[in-house]
Design a protein around this ligand. Structure first.
Ligand code: AMP
Length: 225
């Protein structure tokens, strides 16, 4: 089996990108890089200069400026643990970021194998996001209906407290979706034109999505060999 895939996963908030990226990262031993998680981590140190700069955008559900995101991703992709491959989740979100990513990968002599697009209905998105709860301590994700913790409000993995992300409240979800829709088409077109776009329904269960992506990756492998 080919390992060392370089992947990106695209789709609206609530499409299941994080879940799928986790599954794929375990299966293919590649690093899951979520720009949203990286920003939330930076915001934990409220005093840092970067935290001050990005706070306003993240809290309002608006996009952090491209140059800041690209700088952060460039540094991350240069780290040693990414050598066997990666799956980028929540990035790129704009055409400038997509072009910036190509430049970064060129400089590292690497290229993308597949852009996975989770096309998802509004009903699914709203249902998943309003029910999502996140561990304050380790970042693990739960859903009050579909994957509740054993004990309400407490993380199974580490015992940390679960909370609802400020930007998962209905008002902000609408804003995030507007932002997403305004930007997404050109990103999808960008990867379609490069012939590496793979579209799969984000309304399917995580298991079914994974199966379809695995099948697609094994086809790429066949073409390479
Ligand atoms: P997420 O967890 O991917 O929904 O990201 C949460 C928030 O982080 C977004 O609403 C943005 O404010 C910011 N963010 C994450 N990734 C990016 C990106 N690629 N470009 C700009 N802003 C981002």
């Amino acid at each position: 089996m080919k390992s060392g895939y370089n992947l990106i996963i695209l789709g609206p908030p609530g499409a299941g990108k994080g879940t799928q990226a986790d599954l794929l990262s375990r299966k293919y031993k590649i690093i899951h890089i979520s720009t949203g998680d990286m920003f939330r981590e930076i915001l934990k140190d409220n005093q840092s200069e970067l935290a001050q700069e990005i706070k306003i955008y993240v809290q309002k559900g608006e996009l952090v400026p491209d140059n800041l995101v690209l700088e952060m991703v460039r540094k991350r992709l240069q780290e040693d643990d990414v050598k066997n491959g990666f799956i980028l989740d929540g990035f790129p979100r704009t055409k400038i970021q997509a072009e910036g990513l190509d430049e970064i990968l060129d400089s590292l002599n690497r290229q993308l194998d597949l852009a996975i697009y989770l096309k998802t209905s509004y009903e699914t998105i709203l249902d998943r996001l309003t029910g999502r709860r996140v561990c304050l301590h380790c970042g693990a994700n739960y859903h009050i209906k579909y994957s509740p913790p054993k004990q309400e409000g407490i993380c199974d993995r580490c015992g940390g407290e679960l909370y609802q992300r400020e930007d998962d409240k209905e008002q902000t979800i609408r804003k995030r979706l507007e932002v997403y829709e305004a930007q997404t088409k050109e990103i999808i077109d960008y990867y379609q034109n490069k012939n590496i776009l793979f579209t799969v329904s984000g309304d399917l269960s995580a298991k079914d999505v994974l199966k379809k992506v695995e099948e697609q990756l094994s086809q790429i492998e066949t073409q390479v060999n």
